[in-house]
Design a protein around this ligand. Sequence first.
Ligand SMILES: NC(=O)c1ccc[n+]([C@@H]2O[C@H](COP(=O)([O-])OP(=O)(O)OC[C@H]3O[C@@H](n4cnc5c(N)ncnc54)[C@H](O)[C@@H]3O)[C@@H](O)[C@H]2O)c1
Length: 418
Amino acid sequence: MQDFKVKDVSLAPKGSLQIEWASEHMPVLCQIKKRFAKEKPFKDLTLGACLHVTKETGVLVETLLAGGARITLCGSNPLSTQDEVAAALTEKGVKVFAWRGQTTEEYYWCVERAIGHKPVITLDDGADLVGAIHSKRTEALSNIIGGTEETTTGVLRLRAMEKTGTLKYAIIAVNDAYTKYLFDNRYGTGQSTIDGILRATNILLAGKNFVVCGYGWCGRGLAMRANGMGANVIVTEVNPLKALEAAMNGFRVMPIAEAATVGDIFVTTTGDISVIRKEHMQKMKDGAILANSGHFNVEINIKNLEELSASKRNIRPNLDEYKLGDGRRIYLLADGRLVNLASAEGHPAEVMDMSFANQALGVEYLAKSEKMSPKVYPVPKEIDETVARLKLEAMKIKIDQLTGEQRKYLATWEMGTT
Ligand SMILES: NC(=O)c1ccc[n+]([C@@H]2O[C@H](COP(=O)([O-])OP(=O)(O)OC[C@H]3O[C@@H](n4cnc5c(N)ncnc54)[C@H](O)[C@@H]3O)[C@@H](O)[C@H]2O)c1
């Protein structure tokens, strides 16, 4: 009996080609895969993964399979699954429950399937899998030794669970590795968010007022890339340090209430709720474009947009026009979901190489450790440095080594002004 649910299994050959293309650009993960194939660190272990089902995730899944794992995979967003990749993974024996364009009910039905296969380790992106295990499916907890979390929003939710004593197993916060957020959140989100906006609209960015809400790792990357395309970048922030940094990086900084009146394109990257809401939409120019690249579809208050609108129509894939009562039009991309995954293909393989190397090594760390207490742990420094070293090697970049004199100098205090 088939134990998976995807859109169309006949897409598998297409998906295999996509995964092959991604793996060409993921040398670190491929190297880890070779080692896993020899050492089989996950022999007889069941892993439950809730990740964006993209071609890069396909390479991660192949890496874990090579290590001997059994895997159940569900998507971590109703709009981000690449159906051909989902199909290809079923042919490799992965129990995939994911397709693009799910309702919220279907999405959680798939999460439930991943839990039903009794994972010993979970891999999450946004903490929906961990959240479901801790609320509706607590019987699954007894089997689980630990998990990993891919993104900022997931880590925030898990830290909140840790704080209230709700978290019942150890989580490695992959997001917080340098080799993750410095590259994935910054360069990955920067490039792929622009890609998603362009695929949905094909507008010219040069000369446009491009409002970036949130100047964290994702926002920095996006502001940098939008600036490079000739847009006039405006940043909105709530954190004075980040706001100052944005200003010193040459961007205009102002409250969203002010930016709302001048922006042509607005992108939220905050991980926060209702960052763009009714009072801002009421001031926007005719033709303003709204997109979100934060994890959940709560950053733009879509309910507010619907309440203000007299009509709505779909213009092209991932582009909906809302006509307001006064005739102004506001355009929403990808239903306010992660625009880079829903309207483009997510991050390029080169950055996912490092993020998913951290995932793979994090899962290996959990599998080999004594059961850890239920806390959110950083990625061990050795893993982070290994990933950076392997990436540099793959890029054929050599660096210097400290001399004996330098090592001693850096570890002592006696020598001052000479
Ligand atoms: N699109 C993707 O593929 C992708 C990739 C990585 C992370 N993410 C998600 O993007 C979001 C941001 O991640 P990050 O790593 O940049 O987080 P971060 O914590 O580095 O940055 C978030 C920033 O938003 C600011 N902020 C919070 N509320 C705000 C508000 N109301 N108005 C303006 N600014 C506000 C914070 O002060 C902070 O500087 C998270 O939801 C994360 O999970 C998405």
